[in-house]
Structures are given as structure tokens and as C-alpha cells.
Design a protein around this ligand. Structure first.
Ligand SMILES: Cc1cc2nc3c(=O)[nH]c(=O)nc-3n(C[C@H](O)[C@H](O)[C@H](O)COP(=O)(O)O)c2cc1C
Length: 242
């Protein structure tokens, strides 16, 4: 099979499976490799404002089944991976990127690309991610975008909702890479948003600004776990050439 055929077969192989075989263990290596691939996903400004929690002990799994509202993908899952957004880590990640850029400067800190990179993480990221309790910084960002946007194209970016969308986009891309990887490893997944986010956050000891993007149940799927044919709205109804 060439790359295109392999990719097509992985896309077709991945289905949301809601009944996993209790007798087939998912090797830890499969989860690890898939998370390593997930981490290579594209993400906003390479800020990597995400974390991934593997749930595999029987005691924790039992709790997560109830947090996932006892849905069948959850109570038959071998393991869960919780995809978490960590907007609150922006300072740490910006600093991390600055360190990597400095390392790559290779004794040439005057290089234009290096300078741009340092400005990007040292100046633009604080403007993008800073928040104050009253939301004043968000209003100022919104106002600047709106006024400047009257005269030239501008990335419209303002308050907390925009920041949340940004981190969730990146995290969901990692989740998709993870699911495709698990399919390529001949195992199955079911992404879930049907869960109690308050209890999940508390169980994982996450801070206030962290959010649960989705929980992915993993196991060896069964035929009974596929609830029907794969329906999609026709191509012409959702794809437009403008
Ligand atoms: C963000 C997200 C949340 C989902 N939540 C659930 C869920 O809580 N329970 C469930 O059984 N399926 C859930 N699904 C699976 C979808 O129902 C499924 O992807 C969709 O029906 C298409 O089927 P397919 O994945 O087999 O192609 C979720 C999917 C996504 C992307």
C-alpha cells in the first residue's frame, strides 16, 4: 500500500466503538506511542497548552466510568486518556519556547528569525494570553482589534472565550492524532464529551483555568460496539469553492 492508501485505510478503520472486548489488553506501548504522535500535532504558536492523563488503575477507572455517566464506551474501556487544556501554563510555555530558540541560535543571536522568535514569545504571547480578574485586558484587546480592524485585516482576538477556543482547537487536534494512531495500531477509541467536568477536574487535581477537552476510551472494539453505518452529510452540502 502507498501512503495514500494506508492513510485512507486508517481513516476508515477509526470508528467510535462503544463496546470493547474485556479480554484484550491494550499494551501500554500502544498508548505511549500514540500520545507521542499526538504531541506532534499542530498547535497554536507551538505553545502546547495541553496535558494528557492516562487512567488505567481499576480504582481510578471505576470512578471515571461514573464520571462518564456509565456510558457503555466508558464501562467497557481498558484505559482512558483525558485530554486537558492548560491555558494557565502560558508563561511557562512561552519561556520554554524562548529557551529552545536561544539554544537554536547557534552563537548567532542577531539572526532575524531568532529575533522574531524571541519577540513573538517574549512580547506577543503575553499580549495574547494575559488576563486580569476584571477582564479589562480582554476588553482592551477587543477594542484595539475592532478599531484597527476598520482599516486593515486583523486577527480578531479579545476575551477569554477566544483564548479558550484557541487552546481547545489545538487539544482536539492532538486527540484526533491520538485516535488515528490507535486505529493504526489496530485498537479502537471512543471520544466522549458526556462526562462530569467538575468531578473529572477534581479527581485530576487540576487548577481552575484548566479544562477537560475530551475523554477518550480505548480498547479492542467489537462489532457490537459499532452502532450503525457511518452517515455523513453529503460533500456538496458542506464543501464550497469560493
Ligand atoms: C468531541 C466529541 C465528543 C463525543 N462524545 C461522545 C460521547 O460522549 N459518547 C459517545 O458515545 N460518543 C461520543 N462521540 C462520538 C461521536 O458520536 C462520533 O464520532 C460520531 O457519531 C461519528 O461516528 P464515528 O466516530 O464512528 O465516525 C463524540 C465525538 C466527539 C468528536
Amino acid at each position: 500500500m502507498n501512503y495514500t492508501e494506508q492513510f485512507q485505510s486508517i481513516i476508515e478503520r477509526r470508528r467510535s466503538n462503544r463496546k470493547f472486548d474485556p479480554n484484550v489488553i491494550v499494551p501500554d506501548d500502544v498508548i505511549k506511542r500514540s500520545l507521542e504522535r499526538a504531541i506532534l500535532s499542530p498547535n497554536s504558536s507551538n505553545m502546547q497548552l495541553w496535558e494528557f492523563y492516562i487512567v488505567k488503575s481499576e480504582e481510578k477507572k471505576k470512578k471515571f466510568v461514573s464520571y462518564c455517566l456509565n456510558q457503555s464506551a466508558a464501562y467497557t474501556a481498558q484505559q482512558f486518556v483525558v485530554f486537558v487544556t492548560r491555558q494557565d501554563l502560558w508563561r511557562k510555555r512561552a519561556k520554554w519556547n524562548i529557551e529552545r530558540i536561544k539554544e537554536s541560535a547557534d552563537g548567532n543571536p542577531e539572526n532575524l528569525l531568532i529575533k522574531r522568535g524571541l519577540d513573538y514569545y517574549g512580547k506577543l504571547m503575553p499580549i495574547t494570553y494575559f488576563n486580569d480578574w476584571l477582564g479589562i485586558s480582554g476588553c482592551i484587546r477587543w477594542l484595539i482589534c475592532t478599531v484597527v480592524g476598520l482599516f486593515r485585516p486583523m486577527m480578531r482576538f479579545g476575551g477569554k472565550a477566544d483564548q479558550r477556543v484557541m487552546v481547545h482547537k489545538s487539544c482536539a487536534l492532538a486527540a484526533q492524532t491520538f485516535m488515528l494512531s490507535i486505529a493504526a495500531e489496530d485498537f479502537d477509541t471512543c471520544p466522549m464529551e458526556g462526562f462530569d467536568k467538575v468531578r473529572v477536574k477534581r479527581e485530576l487535581n487540576l487548577p481552575r483555568n484548566a479544562e477537560i477537552n475530551m475523554i477518550i476510551a480505548v480498547g479492542k472494539g467489537t462489532d457490537k460496539g459499532i452502532w450503525g453505518k457511518r452517515f455523513r452529510v453529503p460533500y456538496q452540502e458542506v464543501v464550497f469553492t469560493v
